[in-house]
Design a protein around this ligand. Structure first.
Ligand code: NAP
Ligand code: COA
Length: 266
């Protein structure tokens, strides 16, 4: 049973990039289970259609899947237009679309680095700017940027994603500074390792998984539902003063994961 009132987002419309899979599908499910209708976007229309059906069946709310590539402003604008045509407004934007893989910086091609920067950072800007102009400033809306903790220290084999998420956090602060007076709140979430996700299977294959858990003070990875609940909280009036901040939800992992793992194994 949810700790939130079932209708806390009644009448709201959410636009979620990356909402067809993983963490952002979980976020969409939580927003819808609490009264919101949703539009989910990513590049693959088939997966979006299937996820939209599943989300609508599970929550009784309406969900529309619209393909777009967050790197291409014209496709972002078209997806926002489709959302507005169907629902008439957008109150919540979740920027979750991202790309990542393990690769030493010396072996990253120029295009590989640029690709991750374009999806995570430029994609977050493209969607936020277009949604602000078309909808959010009319709706006193909320933007939730999905970040990470990779760049708090430094993370091996992740120069691309760490740089991209550092820029996302910077955007969260800059957009909060500029858009607060328009009534738009801008916040972020920095998840640690989350079970049963594409991100985790790419970044912590095989034995690295157990080592990672040894470095988490709470002794376990997070769940999609835990990140979804945090996103839900940030979209409710309970978070009305939270602005420009990126909230970490990682069981304490980034505090000193490697040192803790070494201690635990000695
Ligand atoms: P995921 O399911 O692979 O989510 C990424 C989503 O982005 C997919 O739905 C993908 O769909 C979409 N996407 C990729 N490129 C796109 C593009 N150019 N345009 C539009 N959509 C695009 O992975 P996840 O693990 O749940 O990650 C979700 C978010 O959480 C990401 O922002 C990630 O950085 C963050 N995060 C995850 C973890 C973790 O442990 N999993 C930890 C920290 C942060 P298509 O391929 O269909 O386009
Ligand atoms: N290691 C090193 N380089 C890689 C790579 C890897 N595992 N995967 C892709 N690249 C490189 C490619 O070789 C290419 O560079 P090149 O043109 O110099 O050869 C560049 O990255 C772009 O790859 P491409 O496959 O053309 O990009 P895309 O736009 O189709 O896909 C990715 C983007 C690469 C991020 C892809 O992994 C993806 O779609 N990810 C979405 C899901 C995801 O990453 N989820 C986890 C989120 S945490």
């Amino acid at each position: 049973m949810s700790v939130f009132r079932e209708d806390v987002l009644a009448g709201k419309v959410a636009f979620v990039t990356g909402g067809g899979s993983g963490i952002c599908k979980g976020i969409t499910a939580a927003l819808m289970a609490h009264g919101a209708d949703a539009v989910i976007t990513s590049r693959k229309q088939d997966r979006l259609d299937e996820s939209a059906r599943e989300l609508a069946d599970a929550t009784g709310r309406a969900c529309l899947g619209v393909a777009c590539d967050v790197r291409k402003p014209e496709t972002v604008e078209a997806a926002l237009d489709a959302a507005l045509e169907r629902f008439g407004k957008i109150d919540i934007v979740v920027n979750g679309a991202a790309g990542n893989f393990l690769c030493p910086a010396s072996q990253l091609s120029y295009n590989a680095f640029r690709t991750v920067m374009e999806i995570d950072t430029i994609g977050t800007f493209n969607v936020s700017k277009a949604a602000f102009e078309k909808a959010l400033k009319k709706a006193a809306g909320v933007i939730v940027n999905i970040s990470a903790t990779l760049h708090y220290g430094a993370t091996p084999l992740q120069a691309h994603a760490a740089a991209a998420k550092a820029a996302v956090d910077s955007l969260t602060r800059s957009l909060a500074l500029e858009w607060g007076r328009s009534g738009v709140r801008v916040v972020g979430i920095a998840p640690g390792p989350i079970e049963d996700t594409e991100g985790l299977s790419r970044l912590a294959p095989g034995p690295i998984r157990d080592q990672m858990i040894a470095g988490i003070p709470l002794g376990r990875m997070g769940t999609i539902e835990e990140i979804a609940n945090l996103a839900l909280f940030l979209c409710t009036p309970a978070a009305s003063l939270v602005h420009g901040e990126t909230i970490v939800a990682d069981g304490g992992h980034w505090l000193g994961g490697a040192a803790l793992a070494t201690l635990m194994s000695s």
